[in-house]
Design a protein around this ligand. Structure first.
Ligand SMILES: Cc1cc2nc3c(=O)[nH]c(=O)nc-3n(C[C@H](O)[C@H](O)[C@H](O)COP(=O)(O)OP(=O)(O)OC[C@H]3O[C@@H](n4cnc5c(N)ncnc54)[C@H](O)[C@@H]3O)c2cc1C
Length: 422
């Protein structure tokens, strides 16, 4: 198995054909980056009849959108009261309300554009990994109920039955949530944008971005785009120095391994309700099934890093601990991805210039937020009105010592994964 053998590349039912940008073009909106944020922005703009050009440095879904766990959760990773403490009661309530509807948006787009992405909407389980984890989810349950969210606290017996594992101590079920094949969803958004008239160009990195006083000018190796409005949606996979402010975040690595499709007898009791899940451990774990019946297990840490063998061994131990019947199962796929974390775990929308915005830092919760922010950003830059955005626009955002902090998190994950009981 190679170090980066991404299941989502192997099993995506959606695909798209594009050509690199060639020559000079004028349009209403130029979007840089082809993840959820960029493709949902391009789709929104093209559906409104705006001439739209999306530039992607690699291929669509190359970044976090093609590597994640596929849990379509509502809200952010932070509990509601913490969001309000961080950004204030009014903006907090607006953000919570907006992102509470994010799974509806995602599954609505999947339905409208018939995106073939293994969509399953049976909720997600936030599993307690010990007694402290149980207190954490009980507190989240209290706060989420107060916002009207359809969440249920499951006791140890119920959680064990739903997971098909004795290694959980309770769970928080959120009925708004679900799972998808994450890369197929991104490719489906791109395909829908293309069908709506947007021009999409893969292998077309933005190398220079500037505003000349009248319009945005973006240069790639093959050409130039001039547009009245610009969205930079490069997030945790930003490439190159374009002259525009670079997204600032702390990179946190997360890796996943996937089994072969499991025979029915082996997987009968595992997540029989079709939920995806993650847990309360400080160095978090995730697990879910895909449509083919593979068990996909994930944890913080980078399996392509020099200490990747430790993370891989840990994931194998964790799989066997959760599901002893899967001990020793061959693991066909293994890949990692970079989460763009901000210090306060709140995304940022930064003004780049006239009708130009950059958004990033979903902090590990980007399927719903990426889709929602992409739609909102397209509406905002086309209308020249940022008042309806989920978050207030800021002039700049800085993360101090991001590289050092990334080393700290990776080292912490490596140490914990080195422990026999880790
Ligand atoms: C391992 C992992 C697990 C995760 N699990 C979940 C989960 O279960 N649920 C959830 O909600 N979120 C999850 N997330 C977070 C989520 O995947 C991201 O927040 C989301 O994909 C970000 O989407 P995006 O469009 O903003 O950025 P990205 O998907 O990262 O896209 C940015 C794109 O910009 C392109 N680009 C960069 N520079 C340039 C340039 N100069 N010119 C042109 N293009 C450029 C890149 O190639 C890339 O394709 C996870 C993330 C990771 C990494």
């Amino acid at each position: 198995m190679s170090q980066d053998n991404n299941l989502w590349r192997h099993s995506a039912a959606e695909s798209i054909t594009t050509t690199p940008l060639a020559g000079d073009h004028d349009c209403d909106l130029v979007v840089i980056g082809g993840g959820y944020t960029g493709t949902s922005a391009a789709l929104t703009a093209a559906e409104q009849g705006a001439s739209t050009c999306l530039l992607e440095a690699r291929d669509i879904g190359y970044g976090g959108s093609g590597r994640n766990v596929g849990l379509v959760n509502a809200g952010l990773w932070l509990p509601p009261e913490t969001i309000c403490q961080q950004i204030g009661a009014r903006p907090g309530a607006k953000l919570i309300d907006d992102l509470g509807q994010a799974p509806d948006r995602v599954f609505g787009l999947i339905d409208t554009y018939q995106i073939d992405c293994e969509a399953t909407r049976n909720g997600t389980l936030h599993n307690a990994h010990n007694a402290a984890g149980l207190r954490d989810i009980a507190e989240r349950h209290r706060q989420l109920l107060a916002t009207g969210a359809p969440v249920t606290l499951l006791d140890a017996n119920e959680a064990r039955a739903r997971n098909g594992s004795a290694r959980v101590f309770g769970a928080l079920h959120d009925a708004r949530a679900g799972t998808i094949q994450p890369r197929a969803y991104c490719l489906g958004l791109a395909r829908a944008a293309q069908q709506a008239g947007a021009q999409l160009h893969e292998y077309s990195p933005a190398q220079m971005i500037r505003h000349d006083g009248a319009q945005w000018i973006v240069k790639t190796p093959g050409g130039e785009v001039r547009a009245g409005a610009l969205i930079q949606a490069t997030n945790g996979y930003h490439l190159g120095d374009t002259g525009a402010p670079v997204p600032q975040y702390v990179p946190i690595w997360f890796s996943q391994l996937a089994t072969k499709p499991l025979p029915g007898a082996l997987r009968r009791d595992i997540l029989a309700g079709g939920e995806g899940c993650w847990d309360t451990a400080l160095v978090m774990n995730s697990w879910r099934l895909d449509q083919a019946g593979r068990l996909i297990i994930g944890a913080m840490g980078d399996i392509s890093h020099v200490a990747g063998g430790l993370h891989r061994a840990y994931l194998q131990r964790k799989l066997a601990a959760l599901y002893p019947q899967l001990a020793g199962q061959p693991l066909d796929f293994g890949w990692s991805g970079r989460i763009a974390m901000t210090s306060d775990h709140i995304p940022k929308t930064v003004e780049l210039g006239p009708r130009g915005l950059s958004t990033f830092g979903y902090s590990g919760r980007g399927i719903g937020p990426g889709t929602s922010f992409g739609i909102a950003l397209a509406n905002a830059v086309l209308a020249g009105d940022t008042s309806k955005l989920p978050l207030p626009v800021i002039k700049c955002h800085r993360e101090h010592f991001a590289g050092l902090r990334a080393v700290y998190y990776e080292t912490g994950a490596t140490l914990i994964h080195s422990l026999p009981a880790g």
